[in-house]
Design a protein around this ligand. Structure first.
Ligand code: FES
Length: 64
């Protein structure tokens, strides 16, 4: 599903960015330009990034 229509960024790209070390929305904006045009996608982009980061957080807690 497309998250940011202005820059044609889909959920997969955000999950990939999280896997590559993006940990917050500011960093996501810098990496993918998501939310830097009309800004309509910000809420969905933040939610998608949070979901992408959840498994890593759970793994971290599980093994520490
Ligand atoms: S839809 Fe993402 S900046 Fe416009």
């Amino acid at each position: 599903m497309v998250v940011c229509h202005c820059h044609n960024i889909n959920e997969k790209a955000i999950y990939q960015a999280a896997a590559n070390g993006v940990t917050n929305y500011s960093h996501l904006k810098a990496e993918l330009k998501v939310g830097t045009c009309c800004g309509q996608c910000e809420g969905f982009a933040r939610e998608t990034l949070n979901n992408a980061l959840k498994p890593a957080g759970e793994l971290h807690l599980q093994y520490t």
